[in-house]
Design a protein around this ligand. Structure first.
Ligand code: UDP
Length: 356
């Protein structure tokens, strides 16, 4: 392959695309980048393009702030007309957002091969929009790049050995990004100094299953408030969470900051004592930076982190959260396990595509 079209739209996809785009370029593969607009604030989008030196998108669809159906539908419409014009050899999508599904559907209906990066992950919770997006995208993708053994097994259990698809375990492109940008972050980010941070816990909350259920959200805020009595809790707040807290007049007592760029996030991950999150990406990044993690969900796609004791699930139970904090804070682990490919995932994608 020499010319592919990549769809991005949400924050985690910028991080993944940064790792893959660089390797595609090294292989001489031309990439047309489409930004759907799903995340649009400067600190949720632009900052990643600048810091991570992601090529500016050729197309920007500016689609955001809509319900799932309307958003996915409008994205499909926009992507379809770009695909008809550009006629790429394949379309690459990342992860599990509406942009992922819209890109995959639009391409597949035009008989353009679909490449899914971060394929095969399952939470087995069909109430999550991400689970619906990833299952449907996998099913119509032609090339599935799986980050973990568990992801490959999930696909095998679903009968993928009998489908006309290419399944490749290549590792996790987010680890490539973490390793590559850590050196730059060390030089460029001053967030630890700016906020005068000493010992602290890094937290993030943005999943719809937590933000859209006000009881759950209240429990989580209470749990973090309690932990903040023992150690400073710092939470870069996602716009959705901010909006819902304001609407419900909930005022956390821990440290809230605006969403940070990737360099600042890396330094926060490097310097914190522990991570508490409901993010998919941040669970892994905790591991990359050798930190234990407490996950504010009932399930995770990153089961190897649980199996090896790096991560624990507490759902939205504030008592469990507080107990897990005490347990994880004391825990010693050997983080040298190679669970995600140690930085070679994007290289494998680019080489594979070049050979096809
Ligand atoms: N991230 C960031 N700044 C923040 C919060 C997250 O740079 O304030 C990064 C994080 O390090 C990871 C990515 O955004 O690389 C994950 O995105 P998010 O948690 O929004 O999505 P998920 O991984 O849950 O899909």
């Amino acid at each position: 392959m020499n010319r592919i079209l990549t769809i991005v739209g949400a924050r985690p996809q910028f991080v993944k695309a940064a790792a893959v785009s660089r390797k595609l370029k090294e292989q001489g593969i031309e990439e047309i980048l489409v930004h759907t607009g799903q995340h649009f604030d400067a600190n949720m989008s632009e900052v990643f393009f600048e810091e991570m030196e992601i090529p500016q998108p050729t197309y920007h669809l500016n689609i955001h702030g809509l319900n799932h159906g309307a958003m996915t539908g409008r994205m499909m419409e926009g992507i379809e007309s770009i695909l008809i014009k550009e006629q790429p050899e394949a379309v690459m999508v990342f992860g599990d957002t509406n942009s992922t599904l819209a890109g995959a559907l639009a391409a597949k209906k035009l008989h353009i091969p679909v490449i899914h990066v971060e394929a095969g992950l399952r939470s087995f919770n069909m109430a999550m929009p991400e689970e619906i997006n990833r299952i449907l995208t996998d099913r119509i993708a032609d090339i599935l790049f799986c980050p973990t053994d568990a992801a490959v097994h999930n696909l095998q259990r679903e009968g993928y050995d009998h489908f006309q698809t290419m399944i490749i375990k290549n590792g996790d492109v987010m680890q490539d990004a973490a390793l590559y940008y850590a050196q730059k972050a060390a030089v460029k980010s001053t967030i630890i100094e700016q906020l005068a941070l000493d010992r602290f816990v890094l937290a993030t909350i943005h999943r719809q299953e937590n933000t859209d259920d006000i009881d759950k959200l209240q429990n989580l805020i209470k749990g973090l408030n309690d932990i903040n009595h023992e150690i400073q809790v710092v939470l870069p707040m996602h716009p959705r969470t901010k909006h819902i807290l304001a609407q419900n007049h909930i005022k956390p007592t821990f440290t809230i900051i605006e969403p940070v760029g990737y360099f600042d996030m890396i330094r926060l991950l490097q310097h914190c004592q522990l991570v508490i999150t409901d993010s998919g990406g941040v669970q892994k990044e905790a591991f990359f930076f050798r930190k234990h993690c407490i996950t504010l969900r009932e399930q995770t796609e990153w089961v190897e982190l649980i199996e090896n004791g790096f991560n624990t699930l507490v759902g939205s139970d504030e008592t469990l959260l507080f107990a897990a904090y005490h347990e994880m804070q004391r825990k010693q682990s050997d983080f040298s396990l190679n669970l995600y490919g140690n930085g070679t995932a994007a290289e494998q994608i680019a080489r594979t595509l070049k050979e096809i």
